[in-house]
Design a protein. Structure first.
Length: 93
C-alpha cells in the first residue's frame, strides 16, 4: 500500500497521473484523514465527487501525538523543515 500525500493528489486532480491512476485501479492507495481534510479545504473541481470517492479508499491508522513525538525524536526529524502533518503521515505507516 502507498500512502499518497496531498500534493500528489492535487497534481493528479489537475493533470491525471498515470502511476497514481494505476495504483488506484490496483487497490494500492492508502489515504490519511489529514490528507482528506487538506483536500476538502481546497478549491477542488468536482469536490463532492472526489471526496466521496476518497471515502471508499482504505485509510491509514492515525498516529497519536505521542507516537509522532517519539518518531520525531528517534529519527531526529526536528529542525529539518518537516511539517506536523507530514510527521503524522510518516508516523502512520
Amino acid at each position: 500500500m502507498i500512502l499518497v500525500d496531498t500534493s500528489v493528489w492535487i497534481d493528479h486532480l489537475h493533470a491525471n497521473d498515470e502511476r497514481l491512476s494505476q495504483l488506484l485501479l490496483d487497490g494500492q492507495v492508502l489515504l490519511h484523514p489529514f490528507v482528506t481534510g487538506e483536500l476538502a479545504l481546497g478549491n477542488l473541481k468536482n469536490r463532492d465527487e472526489v471526496l466521496m470517492m476518497m471515502q471508499d479508499l482504505p485509510h491509514a491508522t492515525m498516529a497519536t501525538v505521542s507516537e509522532v513525538h517519539g518518531l520525531t525524536n528517534v529519527q531526529n526529524l526536528f529542525g529539518l523543515g518537516i511539517g506536523y502533518i507530514d510527521a503524522h503521515l510518516l508516523a502512520s505507516v
